[in-house]
Design a protein around this ligand. Sequence first.
Ligand SMILES: *Cc1c(COP(=O)(O)O)cnc(C)c1O
Length: 360
Amino acid sequence: MSRPAIAQIRLDAFRHNYQLAKQLHGGKALAVIKANAYGHGAVQCAQAIENEADGFAVACLEEALQLRQAGIKNPILLLEGFFEVAELPEIVANDLWMVIHAQWQVEMLLVATLAKPLHVWLKMDSGMHRVGLSPSEFASTFARLNGHANVAKVVLMSHFANADNLNSQHTTQQIEVFKNTVSSLNSQAYTADFSLANSAAILGWPQTFANWSRPGIMLYGADPHFMANTQLRAVMQLNSQIISIRKITMGESIGYGSIFTAPRDTIVGVVACGYADGYPRAGVEAPAAVDGVITKLIGRVSMDMLFVDLTDIPSAKIGSTVELWGDKVLVNDVAKAAGTIAYELFCNIKRVQFRYSDKQ
Ligand SMILES: *Cc1c(COP(=O)(O)O)cnc(C)c1O
């Protein structure tokens, strides 16, 4: 038998979540599949919704080319646009859309010689202060781009820093900044497309529903508000098996650093999954399910193995299935135990076998 650590990727769940995102938002949606679809497999995820997706968003040209080479014809937005001017001919040749987030990109785009004008998403820094043009330079930059021979269309966008926190005033402030800045463009007879909402906004901030949304994490079934959202379906089912069982008596310790000392006689299951597979080493006491019964990790996660407490699951045996996250064990609960977010857990998964399934 080969190593039983398996990431089952359910493409029907991915499609369901995309449809849900569109329905909640009400407009068009770019499915964000950057970073290999948050570790799920960008080509497989794209193909699962290519007949219905309004478009895809990725981080860079290389990620977009992978999709084009796999036959994906939908619009694809480069979320950071170009990194050097030499990319522009390929961006044109592959019919990609690109974000313009910095003044240096504007200058290079406007002097480039292009075979065709480019479809631009002009990004405003409405308060996150990562990338984007400041509100004060936004209107003048828009005026230079709009109608320029190298520019086919300009969509206006911004991104939220705190949409996952429903108590934060920051999102409301960002919306205000965006609206006020955009209203100064209306005098330039601008009747275009806008895009604000990521997953956290789609799920929590209906006032951000401009006509394009950009859902990412919710497509993979995790609610960025850390809620148990029953409308979303887990896409990745990360499973492995028990490969060894031992009894330790009260007072004995297990694993590296002996960080777990048994408070009672304890049955310990050893599971074939570790931090080299991307399971978080910090996930001490994270939940897991053995043959469908919830228990928790004990001891330190090692490179190839981790421990679960089987004391209250007498039916557990060698070969029992261990769900590390998926339908029963929320990836958000593992993330919480590890002091991180579902995004990072998904992106880190590697070495395990990936198996794809799709129920039409
Ligand atoms: C990654 C990203 C998204 C998707 O965010 P989620 O929180 O995963 O929904 C949307 N917009 C931009 C600009 C991004 O970089």
